[in-house]
Design a binder for this molecule. Structure first.
Ligand SMILES: Cc1cc2nc3c(=O)[nH]c(=O)nc-3n(C[C@H](O)[C@H](O)[C@H](O)COP(=O)(O)OP(=O)(O)OC[C@H]3O[C@@H](n4cnc5c(N)ncnc54)[C@H](O)[C@@H]3O)c2cc1C
Length: 183
């Protein structure tokens, strides 16, 4: 991204996973006069479904429910593998034309509300370069499963964390071996 790229928007969406792509779709469709951008800390679309690649990863619930209402899941497989879900999110982003809205490798590290200007001020780490954004509306679609400090604050395997320090976590952050029946 060039240094002259705009960093002031009506809306900033954080995260280009399942939720962020949906947010972009609805912003484009329902708020065409509003400027917005998606900031994605990683270099890929898909969030959970791009990050986790362990054997057998799949949805827990049926894809007809988990999928987008604006782009229904059409496969016969109701419970889908991670790769199929990743492709579905990527294809949706491409077909909906939201790819140009995404700025990859830009991780939001702080957000504060400035009452005087009535805008959010965002600090963003872009591969070591510190950037500053501002927006009127901040949409967090960053979830917990791909937000390392939320799911794994001590650096240990999320499955080993005591309940009090473990936030909602639907899958292991790192995968080394299948969990034993007693874990
Ligand atoms: C094995 C498994 C099965 C699951 N099955 C189901 C299911 O059946 N039904 C269901 O409802 N849910 C399920 N989940 C939960 C799953 O997380 C959601 O389905 C969905 O993928 C969440 O999408 P999301 O866009 O909200 O978050 P994510 O997929 O986590 O995407 C968030 C994105 O935000 C980015 N991000 C995070 N923090 C920042 C930051 N500070 N700055 C910039 N970018 C940031 C991340 O890099 C990521 O790309 C499952 C999860 C796992 C692991």
């Amino acid at each position: 991204m060039s240094n002259s790229s705009p960093r002031e928007f009506d809306v900033v969406v954080v995260g280009a996973g399942l939720s962020g792509i949906a947010a972009a779709h609805y912003l484009q469709r329902d708020c065409p006069d509003r400027s917005f951008v998606l900031l994605e800390g990683r270099d890929a679309i898909g969030g959970t479904w791009d990050l986790f690649r362990y054997p057998g990863i799949r949805s827990d619930s049926d894809m007809f429910t988990l999928g987008y209402t604006f782009r229904p899941w059409t496969s016969d497989a109701s419970i889908a593998g991670g790769e199929a879900i990743r492709d579905y999110i990527r294809d949706t982003a491409r077909e909906e034309g939201v790819l140009p809205r995404i700025r990859f490798g830009q991780r939001v590290t702080a957000a504060s509300w400035d009452s005087a200007s009535a805008r959010w001020r965002l600090a963003v780490d872009a591969g070591g370069e510190q950037l500053h954004y501002s927006c009127r509306f901040l949409f967090f679609s960053a979830a917990t499963t791909t937000t390392s400090r939320a799911t794994n604050p001590s650096g240990r395997d999320a499955r080993a964390l005591p309940a009090a320090s473990s936030t909602r976590s639907t899958g292991p952050r790192t995968w080394t071996a299948p969990a034993s029946a007693s874990s």
